[in-house]
Ligand binder design. Structure first.
Ligand code: B12
Length: 423
């Protein structure tokens, strides 16, 4: 079949993000289909999209919906209207079957299908796309495939995809040049899944809780391909790069072995690192560590169900700094149980960090399938039938949100601070 995969994301903050998910969807469709990727960042406008659709005459269009909104309470952006416009053009210029997928879609599948009037959606990993195409081709019941959903229908939350994913990284694709020109940042996945249960987080729902590791040699081969294609830097998109220490060390060693020279960054939990962990990673090109620290009050860390406590954050921070890395800490302020005393504890301890950048999220976006969602329903903040595509942020009543923002703006962090809405 002729399959057109469209990345609808045009958000360029903090920078434009290469549509990695579509490389995997294309990779899973293999040579059985004629697959083209079109990235709205690269295509530029709806008119050009229309022309490209007319030219390719796709039988199926796969629409990747990564972001629903920017989760920033101080400068809100929502993207549903942009996605509606893309669908309008797709419908105007083709009779293709329209299939939605992606991280944002997986959080709100029924809502997005309804809003976009799409034919099918795939919740979770897009590697099931080929099963859907086969079912369509053979006129079988597509909804029997785990994760496949139709308008007004129900879906089964799929078990994580067990085969090693195949990434089709095609250097001839025009959108690759867009990202190489805009700073040269590409991305890489070394594993899927998040085993933790932080109360506000949608990652375990999107990726599954079960860790699935890509063999370090394969990861390094892909990293080298990115470098050879002209990438200046890459970001590891794993929910947490250090959720399996021995695997991350093996990946770093494989980077060295293959002769990777470009720098890279990743997300980490500030868990107590094993000896030399950050040194080994730094030696393999890691330059930036982003810690999902969230609070420096043990009471709040327990409330968020983080797998670490304050002393671990300081240990991890010290190890990363000692390894010569740039360090950022993300904080979530105002969650369940936050009081002036816990905030004070967090701010007092932030003062003790040296050489770090801090990002503060004031208020936490409430996502379905999270503990925070159930708390918010229980506390009467949202109703269980409420459509959360329109973002709702949890902020405790015990502390005034504006006061927190004022406090931050006055602090010595003001220069290195970005105040956002939620993770
Ligand atoms: C890594 C990451 C980042 C990194 C990206 C770095 C980089 N260079 O790539 C950084 C930190 C920069 C970032 C920034 C942001 N992010 Co972010 N990010 C992620 C994260 C953890 C992983 C995304 C990823 O690449 N996964 C790996 C790829 C392979 O998976 P995938 O894209 O989901 O694709 C798979 C499936 O979804 C599916 N699929 C994808 N497309 C399609 C299409 C079809 C047709 C089908 C069938 C299937 C399908 O198949 C793929 C393979 O299995 C996700 C959460 C998560 N765990 O998924 C959040 C996530 C995508 N981010 C999110 C947000 C909000 C943002 C920001 C707006 C945050 C902010 N306030 O700054 C920005 C936006 C940046 C931008 N320009 O778009 C939200 C989006 C939900 C929402 N509320 O809109 C997510 C889901 C996190 C969350 N809160 O739950 N992010």
């Amino acid at each position: 079949m002729r399959v057109l995969l469209i990345s609808a994301n045009t958000l360029v903050e903090p920078y434009p993000v290469y549509p990695l998910g579509l490389d995997y969807v294309a990779g899973s469709l293999g040579r059985h289909h004629d697959v083209r990727i079109m990235d709205m960042n690269d295509v530029g406008n709806l008119e050009s999209l229309g022309k490209a659709i007319q030219d390719f005459v796709p039988q199926v269009i796969g629409l990747s919906l990564r972001n629903i909104d920017n989760t920033d309470t101080t400068d809100r952006k929502e993207f549903v209207d942009d996605y509606r416009a893309v669908v309008r053009v797709a419908r105007q210029y083709s009779d293709a079957i329209l299939v939605c997928g992606g991280g944002g879609f997986t959080i709100f599948p029924e809502e997005m299908l309804e809003i976009l009037q799409a034919d099918y959606g795939i919740v979770g990993e897009g590697e099931r796309f080929s099963l859907l195409l086969e079912a369509i081709d053979k006129r079988k019941d597509a909804t029997a495939i785990p994760g496949v959903v139709v308008r007004g229908g129900h879906y089964r939350v799929p078990v994580p995809w067990q085969q090693e994913p195949v990434r089709a990284f095609r250097t001839e694709d025009s959108h690759l040049r867009f990202y190489l020109k805009k700073g040269g940042m590409l991305n890489l996945q070394t594993k899927r899944g998040c085993p933790y249960g932080c109360i506000y987080c949608s990652y375990p729902h999107i990726e599954g809780k079960q860790l699935r590791l890509v063999s370090p040699g394969k990861v390094a081969e892909t990293a080298k391909k990115l470098e050879d294609a002209g990438a200046k830097y890459f970001y590891v998109t794993d929910a947490l790069f250090n959720s399996d220490l021995s695997h991350s060390i093996a990946v770093a060693r494989a980077f060295k072995k293959i002769g990777l020279t470009i720098p890279w960054g990743a997300f980490f939990a500030p868990n107590r690192p094993s000896r030399d962990f950050f040194n080994i990673l730094a030696d393999a090109g890691l330059t930036h560590v982003e810690f999902g620290t969230e609070a420096l009050s043990d009471k709040m860390l327990a409330s968020y169900r983080k797998p670490f406590r304050r002393r671990h954050v300081f240990e991890a921070h010290a190890e990363a700094i000692q390894a010569g890395l740039h360090v950022a800490h993300y904080f979530l302020l105002g969650g369940p149980g936050e009081t002036l005393a816990t905030l004070d504890e967090t701010f007092t301890h932030i003062e003790l960090f040296e050489k770090a950048v801090f990002f503060f999220f004031c208020g936490i976006r409430i996502y379905p399938h999270t503990e925070l969602y159930h708390m918010a329903v229980g506390e009467g903040r949202i109703s269980s039938s409420q459509n959360l595509v329109k973002p709702v942020f949890y902020h405790t009543d015990a502390v005034d949100r504006e006061d927190v923002i004022d406090e931050l703006a006055k602090s010595r962090f003001a220069l290195s601070v970005r105040i956002l809405g939620a993770a």
